[in-house]
Design a protein. Structure first.
Length: 52
């Protein structure tokens, strides 16, 4: 899991240099050409994060 940069509200991907908007997954900086798919996230009572 990568840390989201608070100031930019983006998710950087170091292996190819793209950045994605944290709110909607759209490409902020390429080379990626496609947005990230939306995923539902839930937390169990034990504090585990589940993505579906």
């Amino acid at each position: 899991m990568r840390r989201i940069e608070d100031r930019r509200r983006s998710h950087p991907v170091p292996c190819h240099g793209s950045q994605f908007d944290a709110a909607d997954g759209s490409v902020v900086n390429g080379p990626a050409q496609n947005s990230l798919p939306r995923r539902s996230i839930d937390m169990t009572e034990a504090g585990e994060i589940i993505s579906g």
